[in-house]
Design a protein around this ligand. Structure first.
Ligand SMILES: [Zn+2]
Length: 401
């Protein structure tokens, strides 16, 4: 046991020391090639072969398959991304890419998102290979590029260009989920992701009559756009409790002894401490203005103005949401779809869920697994395009909550 824990630390530390910063722009991103080669080497050491595929120079993802004993069963995809978001060294108390151990913690950009999970998966597979364990079902490992910028150069690329590597995968586990929320010393909730909100980035376009800023003018694109943007920004869409969130709230309110009104869950959510923020965004569709663009000169009224709205939609709500949003925006502002990815939702049951729950309890007798919905998106959005039933399960026991 302890030798594989030590190995997780060593592997994670090595991965943290490989800068895989993803800026969202290939010209300035570090790329994942060195990390993918490191993973390939660690797999090859124990006899597991793998393939590395680049979507652009340096943007590398790795896939490997470990054959199971029962070919009749669907394969399990286990996926972790290799890239990390940028880190400004001056804002860190330790160098972000040094993999330092301090105060009993391993520090570095990506230490919990998600080189920790990459290292755990590698350590388990290496242990299997050393001791002759063969899993019952095929295990497909995917270490991906570009998750932090939407996965076009990673998971979506694999699905589009190398989908045969994922043949037979029926279920998948990756981020975000499996982390703990301590209720008491006898009870720790572990949030396993069974749903993700959809992403819908919209651009609003308002048009008007151009003119001179010194004149009386009643058809100003900036004014029309600003009114629509302000309405959207202030609007609260109605509460919708999906099956995942309902199951989560029932489990959590029981665990915490909180009264729950299923039709008005926000009072209960407000009592959830540090996880209230995570959960609060999962009971309604949201639309937040994020960018504005208009004009080119201080005294010229432009003929057009545009704004970006970041919308996140609940499972099954995308079309209804657009109708509601159209009402808020009004008829005169045009809506352009910039990026659209559907929401995901699966049920919290079955052998895989039981195995995840058993794995948590084996390490932490106080563990109580609960399903939850992520308000963001992960590589699961790409793998779900192949019909893979995806869960977020990269376990982490947070000592402070
Ligand atoms: Zn991540």
């Amino acid at each position: 046991m302890s030798s594989s824990v030590d190995e997780v630390v060593d592997l994670c530390r090595d991965l943290l020391r490989i800068d895989t910063t993803n800026t969202g722009d290939n010209a300035t991103s570090a790329g994942e090639r060195a990390a993918a080669e490191y993973v390939a080497e660690k797999l090859a050491e124990v006899g597991v072969s793998s393939e590395i595929h680049e979507s652009a120079p340096g943007r590398a993802s790795l896939v490997a398959r470990i054959p199971g004993t029962d070919p009749g069963r669907g394969a399990l995809l286990v996926h972790g991304h290799l890239d990390v978001v940028p880190a400004e060294a001056a804002e860190w108390s330790v160098p972000p890419f040094a993999g330092e151990i301090k105060d009993g913690f391993l520090w570095g950009r990506g230490a919990i998102d998600m080189k920790d999970f990459d290292a755990m998966v590698l350590a388990v597979v290496r242990e299997w290979q050393r001791t002759g364990v063969r899993p019952p079902r095929d295990i497909v490992l995917a270490f991906t590029a570009d998750e932090e910028a939407g996965g076009d150069f990673g998971a979506h690329f694999l699905v589009d260009k190398h989908r045969h590597l994922l043949d037979g995968c029926t279920e998948g586990i990756g981020e975000v989920g499996g982390f703990s929320y301590t209720v008491s010393k006898d009870l720790r909730l572990y949030l396993i992701e069974t749903a993700e909100k959809g992403i819908n980035w919209l651009r609003l376009h308002a048009r008007g009559r151009p003119g001179h800023g010194s004149m009386v003018h009643d058809d100003n694109a900036v004014t029309a756009l600003a009114e629509a943007v302000a309405r959207v920004g202030r609007h609260r869409f109605p509460v919708v409790v999906t099956p995942t969130v309902r199951a989560f709230l029932e489990e959590v309110s029981e665990a915490l002894g909180i009264e729950l009104d299923p039709d008005d869950p926000e009072a209960a959510i407000g009592k959830l401490g540090t996880i209230a923020n995570i959960i609060g965004a999962t009971v309604r569709n949201t639309a937040n203005p994020t960018r504005l663009d208009a004009g080119y000169k201080d005294n010229v009224i432009p003929s057009r103005a545009s704004a970006t709205i970041d919308c996140r939609t609940l499972p099954g709500q995308a079309d209804l949401f657009l109708e509601q949003l159209r009402e808020v925006i009004g008829p005169d502002v045009e809506i352009e779809h910039v990026q659209r990815q559907p929401a995901l939702e699966t049920t919290f049951d079955g052998a895989l869920v039981d195995a995840m729950a058993a794995a948590l309890r084996a390490e932490d007798p106080a563990a109580r697994p609960v399903p939850y919905m992520l308000s963001g998106g992960t590589d699961a959005k790409a793998f779900n395009r192949l019909g893979i039933r995806c869960f977020g399960f990269a376990p982490c026991n947070y000592l402070r909550t």
